[in-house]
Each structure stands twice: as structure tokens, then as C-alpha cells.
Design a binder for this molecule. Structure first.
Ligand SMILES: NC(=O)c1ccc[n+]([C@@H]2O[C@H](COP(=O)([O-])OP(=O)(O)OC[C@H]3O[C@@H](n4cnc5c(N)ncnc54)[C@H](OP(=O)(O)O)[C@@H]3O)[C@@H](O)[C@H]2O)c1
Ligand SMILES: *[C@@H]1O[C@H](CO)[C@@H](O)[C@H](O)[C@H]1NC(C)=O
Ligand SMILES: *[C@@H]1O[C@H](CO)[C@@H](O)[C@H](O)[C@H]1NC(C)=O
Length: 334
């Protein structure tokens, strides 16, 4: 038995390396042609039933507008009913059929797209967390919320040869401080849906979206703090978003719906943020050093002394990197 592994240890790496070298270029060309076909024959969602969770603000809200523009019939879910109502009455000029829901249950007879989007971010070092149990909520909402929705919608989606759009995050591969629970939940989501691709086969498509930093209540500083409570803290937001430029939510939502209609498997918005994946894969040490340098303060110092925050404050770079709505937040209340 051991002999097999000794043999494979010797043979598998060079075999993989040389096959990839030969196989990768034609495979990429093949995929490129598939993507052109996908754009030419993009799905028309007019009249189709689309469920969006977490549609009361941020990315989810704008995904709802984007689907509405294309004539989809929407089923929107979130806890803040009033923001949802305002969203529909004030901004839905497209006369779509819209159903609002508070809980995660629905009475629809057909589903064409399920957009798993509702999510919550936490910002706390593990050692500073006052009560770790409070952080179970992150996994409950971000991971189990998606898992339950998908379980209930799967039979309908199979029936309609539908699609699931999943909001994971580039946090699923980026290491770095204070977001361990959030990032773990997003990594769980990514891995969960990679597995479901195999289980669903061609019946249900999956578009796995990994945003970088997007204008929303989340990037306005709304997250679960080290005390385990949902707070809005802009200074901590500056520390966490740091020197990363934030993308406008409208263009992000448009890119997501385009990508879903083209049947794409992966989407990173902004697209350039994908390079961080290669940094993480090929030289994780450099990334770790970068994070410690910009995000971490000496023990005893407030996290708000982080070098990255000082950099954007003193240089005025914030005005360029963050959109105005994010600089002065106005989070909605129900
Ligand atoms: N913004 C970014 O930079 C960024 C980056 C990577 C990934 N993402 C992901 O994108 C998704 C959308 O986030 P966002 O940035 O648009 O944040 P957001 O503005 O805070 O929106 C989050 C949405 O989730 C809903 N939600 C939160 N907890 C819920 C619960 N327990 N039950 C039902 N709904 C709940 C909220 O509605 P109610 O409070 O009304 O329930 C809200 O509509 C999230 O999954 C997030 O992790 C965002
Ligand atoms: C920690 O939080 C959990 C969940 O909110 C709660 O049930 C528990 O009593 C808390 N523990 C302490 C020591 O406060
Ligand atoms: C989580 O992901 C974000 C990017 O979305 C990154 O800035 C942060 O450092 C990551 N944190 C952890 C603990 O992985």
C-alpha cells in the first residue's frame, strides 16, 4: 500500500504539471468560445420568477431593480418590511409582479432564479470577542440561510432548469484580521455550492459571485462588533475596508445579473479583485505580511490606530476610494 503512495508522490506532480501545460491553452480557448455563445444566447428573464433574499438594502436591493428592469416577477425577502415596500413603490417603475415576504418561506409555484444574498458581516478578533456564542449567528444567516433556501427551492429549480446566484465573497479566499467568522462562513458557502454543482448537474446552473468591496450598508460600517451586537461603526469600517477602493452598487448588480443570464459559473466584481486569488494561492506569505502591516496595531492600541486607516485619513484618499453614500451612511430603519 505504502508503495502506491511513494510512486504517486513521485509521479503525480510532474504528470499534473505537464498535462496542465498542454491541456490548459486549448481548454481556455474552448471556454472562451462557450462564453461567447453564452453572451449571444443570454437568458431572457422577462416573466420569470426570481427570488432575492436580503433585498431591503445594498446589493440585494439593486439586484431586485436590475431583474425588475428586465421584466422578471420578483419575490423579495428581508426582515425590514417597510424598506422593501418603499423599494417597490418608489422605485419600481416597471410594473412587475412583486411579492414581499418577511420570513424565509414562500408560496410560489415556480422558481426560475434563486438569488441567495442575505448576509451579515462580523468584525472582531477572536481573542477580543466577548461571547463567542453570539457569532454563531453569522454562520446561521450566511451559511444555513442559503442552505435552507436552496433545499426548499431545489425541486422548483430542477423543474424550470433554473439557476442559483450565490453571494459568497472574495473573503472566502482572503486571509486577514477580524473577519474570521465572516470569511469562514463565505468559504463554507463557496464550497457548499461547488459540491451542489456536481449534485445538480446540468439541471440547475450556479453562478458563484465573489464581490470585493461594494457600496452597501455593510461597507457603511454595519456589522456585528466584538460585543456580539449589530452596530454601525464607520471608524472600524475604515480599518476593515482600509485602502481598498469600493465599487458602486449599481454597476455591481448589473454585472451580477448579466453574468447569471449568460450562465457563467464564476463572477468576481470588481473584476480586477480576482488577482488577489492568485496572490493568495502563489504567495500567501506576502499577503499575510501586507495585512499585518495595514490592519493590525500593537497590543493595547485601539484598532482604529491601524496604519491603513491613517493612510486614507491623512492623504484624503478616502474621497477617491469610497463613494459618497458610503462615506456618510444613512442606514434604513423599519
Ligand atoms: N458589500 C460588500 O462589499 C460585499 C462584499 C462581499 C460580499 N458581500 C455579500 O453580499 C451580500 C449582500 O450584502 P450587502 O453588502 O448588500 O449588505 P447589506 O446592505 O447589509 O444587505 C444585507 C441584506 O441582508 C438582509 N439580512 C440580514 N440579516 C438577515 C436575516 N437574519 N434574515 C433575513 N435577511 C437578513 C438585510 O435585510 P434586513 O436587515 O431587512 O433583514 C439586507 O437586505 C451579503 O451576503 C454579503 O456578505 C458584500
Ligand atoms: C453568550 O451568548 C449566548 C447567545 O446569545 C447566550 O445564550 C449566553 O447566555 C451568553 N453567555 C454569556 C456568558 O453571556
Ligand atoms: C476576510 O476577507 C476580507 C475581504 O473581503 C479581507 O479583507 C479580510 O482580511 C479577511 N479576513 C479573514 C480573517 O480572512
Amino acid at each position: 500500500m505504502e508503495l502506491i503512495h511513494t510512486f504517486l508522490n513521485l509521479v503525480a506532480p510532474p504528470f499534473t504539471f505537464f498535462t496542465l501545460l498542454l491541456f490548459l491553452p486549448p481548454f481556455q480557448i474552448f471556454k472562451f468560445f462557450l462564453s461567447i455563445l453564452g453572451s449571444v444566447f443570454a437568458e431572457d428573464v422577462a416573466g420569470k420568477v426570481v427570488i432575492v433574499t436580503g433585498a431591503s438594502s445594498g446589493i440585494g436591493e439593486h439586484l431586485a431593480y436590475e431583474y425588475a428592469k428586465r421584466g422578471a416577477r420578483l419575490v423579495l425577502a428581508a426582515r425590514r418590511e417597510r424598506s422593501l415596500t418603499v423599494l417597490i413603490i418608489e422605485k419600481n417603475k416597471y410594473n412587475n409582479f412583486v411579492l414581499l415576504m418577511r420570513g424565509f418561506f414562500f408560496m410560489v409555484y415556480a422558481v426560475d432564479h434563486l438569488v441567495n444574498n442575505a448576509g451579515l458581516m462580523s468584525v472582531s478578533m477572536l481573542e477580543e470577542a466577548e461571547n463567542v456564542t453570539e457569532f454563531r449567528a453569522i454562520m446561521d444567516i450566511n451559511f444555513w440561510g442559503y442552505a435552507y433556501m436552496t433545499k426548499f427551492a431545489a425541486p422548483y429549480l430542477r423543474n424550470s432548469q433554473g439557476r442559483i446566484v450565490v453571494l459568497s465573497s472574495s473573503a472566502s479566499w482572503l486571509p486577514g484580521p477580524r473577519m474570521s467568522f465572516y470569511n469562514a462562513s463565505k468559504a463554507a458557502v463557496a464550497q457548499f455550492f461547488e459540491t451542489l454543482r456536481i449534485e445538480f448537474g446540468p439541471d440547475i446552473g450556479i453562478t458563484l459571485v465573489t464581490p470585493g468591496f461594494i457600496e452597501s450598508e455593510l461597507t457603511q460600517g454595519k456589522f456585528v462588533s466584538k460585543a456580539g451586537k449589530l452596530e454601525v461603526d464607520q471608524d472600524m469600517r475604515d480599518v476593515q475596508v482600509n485602502i481598498n477602493p469600493i465599487q458602486r452598487v449599481e454597476s455591481c448588480a448589473k454585472a451580477i445579473v448579466n453574468s447569471a443570464c449568460r450562465g457563467e459559473r464564476y463572477l468576481t466584481v470588481p473584476a480586477w479583485f480576482r488577482v488577489t486569488f492568485f496572490w493568495k494561492t502563489f504567495c500567501p506569505e506576502v499577503l499575510e505580511w501586507f495585512y499585518r502591516f495595514l490592519y493590525i496595531t500593537s497590543p493595547g492600541d485601539s484598532p482604529k490606530e491601524a496604519l491603513g486607516k491613517k493612510l486614507i485619513d491623512f492623504t484624503g484618499a478616502k474621497a477617491v476610494l469610497y463613494p459618497e453614500t458610503v462615506q456618510t451612511p444613512e442606514t434604513k430603519k423599519d
